[in-house]
Design a protein around this ligand. Structure first.
Ligand code: ASP
Ligand code: MG
Length: 473
């Protein structure tokens, strides 16, 4: 008997039709004799509505948050009425969701009175999306005669109190899963667990960051010792590049943990960057598959590195980036400037996607999201005030509207000439490269270019990756 953990994303549970597909997929796996653990996102759009309701409550727009709450209710009510025939189960499900929506209004009322929402309250509000969808999906499974039970990850996934981006407490989480989840699986129950959310040891809701359902599902997959982890989404798998930029984009049949980690970090939206972390040591195979096209095989992700003739497997990008350069003749050999710069950046709440330094040590650059650029510049200049006054550092220069493009392929390690091919290709197409960095894992190369060159760069580099799919695998 195999244990399969399945995560269904927001669009996969976003409409009655989608949930009907989910039921079919879960039922088939269960009837084949597998233990099935289901992890769900909120219905699509709901997390955004909940966050928006917080903003409206802060502005005392009571009509605004009440009407959003009503919208969320309509979305769930419609699904309940379409999926569950009239009777006790339908009434019970309406009632459960109703209670959570009452909670929503209470929390918004409280924010309205206080005029300000703490990260802690925001997490309680957004936790409602997954708490509702898990009840809905469990009920839809029950309506088909399956023994499903909605489970709240607030009791299972224990975290620290870094609200909005909480870190799991691995030991406590493992213990809770062993005590509360495994016995249910033994009994043949199909647990339908809330993705994205956890709680502190004292039971206050936390969330793992936007898109975090993949990450939480991976944690459950690891601790129930899954034989397989399937991420059900709305595309056929991990693609060679973004099909909106190059229509020739294709599904990769296989990719390694490390490669997919780099792709996710550098812009591929298909899985959350932290997804592989809990799975890594256990070597559990991950599948990315399409709920709306279950016959398509999807992408298999394992620890195996399959090398291919042309090395480059995929091209990803991140938009809305600013590149900040710290320069100054007096920086040569002075330790600590980079360290202090990055610390100041972190304190300004910005995450750095890429760092690059020229060997002359007279400047280095790093990238942050556009909206943080100004705050980071100020924070770094404050930190380096003494050096700037002594003219050892010139200051921080911002270059806006640039993009990071990343080419990924594990075979780069030990294959000379890959970077050469990448930059020759760019040069041949007159694309100016502003900065370059290679990941320490040597399975990706990232570079910064102007936004206007993005499409051309992706298409030209994707040419190199396409050969991989046809020749290599
Ligand atoms: N519902 C959450 C979000 O929209 C988590 C997820 O879907 O993975 O970010
Ligand atoms: Mg997602």
């Amino acid at each position: 008997m195999k244990t399969i953990t399945m995560k269904f994303g927001g669009t996969s549970v976003g409409s009655p039709e989608a949930i009907q597909n989910v039921v079919g997929i879960v039922q088939a796996a269960y009837e084949q004799g597998n233990r099935v653990v289901v992890v769900v996102s909120a219905m699509s759009g709901v997390t955004d509505y909940l966050l928006e309701s917080v903003r409206l409550a802060e502005k005392s727009d009571k009509w605004g948050y009440l009407s959003l709450s009503q919208k969320i209710r309509d979305q769930h009510d419609e699904a309940i009425n379409r999926l569950i025939s009239p009777g006790v189960l339908r009434d019970q499900t309406h009632h459960r969701i109703q209670k959570l929506l009452e909670k929503h209004v209470e929390l918004c009322d409280a924010i309205n009175i206080l005029g300000d929402a703490t990260p802690r309250v925001i997490d309680s509000v957004v936790s409602l999306g997954e708490r509702m969808s898990s009840k809905l999906v469990a009920a839809a499974l029950k309506a088909h005669g399956l023994d499903a039970e909605a489970l709240d990850a607030g009791k299972l996934l224990i975290t620290d109190d870094a609200f909005q981006n909480a870190m799991p407490n691995w030991q406590e989480t493992e213990k809770r899963i062993q005590e509360q989840l495994l016995p249910r699986l033994e009994e043949g129950i199909i647990p339908v667990i809330t993705g994205f959310i956890g709680a502190t040891p004292d039971g206050t809701y936390t969330t793992l960051g936007r898109g975090g359902s993949d990450y939480s599902a991976a944690i459950f997959a690891a601790y129930v010792d899954s034989d397989e982890f399937i991420i059900w989404t709305d595309v056929d798998g991990v693609m060679t590049t973004d099909p909106r930029l190059d229509k020739r984009a294709r599904v990769l049949p296989h990719i390694s943990y490390q490669e997919v980690g780099e792709m996710a970090f550098y812009g591929a939206k298909v899985v959350h960057p932290k997804t592989v972390q809990p799975i890594l040591n256990k070597g559990i195979p991950i599948w990315v598959r399409n709920t709306f096209n279950p016959n398509s095989p999807g992408t298999l992700i394992t620890d195996e590195i399959r090398e291919s003739a042309t090395v480059i497997k995929a091209v990803t990008h991140v938009r809305n980036i600013s590149m900040l350069t710290v320069s100054g003749a007096g920086m040569l050999g002075v330790p600590g400037i980079a360290g202090r710069t990055f610390l100041a950046t972190a304190k300004a709440g910005a995450s750095i996607l890429m760092i690059s330094q020229a060997s002359s040590e007279q400047s280095f650059c790093f990238t942050v999201p556009d909206e943080k650029a100004q705050a980071v510049k100020t924070a770094v200049e404050d930190e380096l005030r003494a050096e700037i006054n002594h003219k050892n550092v010139d200051g921080v220069h911002i270059l806006q509207d640039v993009v990071i493009v990343t080419v990924v392929g594990a075979g780069m390690r030990g294959t000379p000439g890959v970077a050469g091919r990448v930059f020759t290709t760019l040069g041949n197409h007159n694309i100016n490269v502003l900065a370059i960095a290679q990941g320490a894992s040597e399975c990706s190369i990232s570079f910064v270019i102007d936004e206007k060159d993005l499409k051309n760069a992706v298409i030209q580099l994707h040419d190199l990756a396409l050969e991989t799919v046809t020749n290599g695998i």
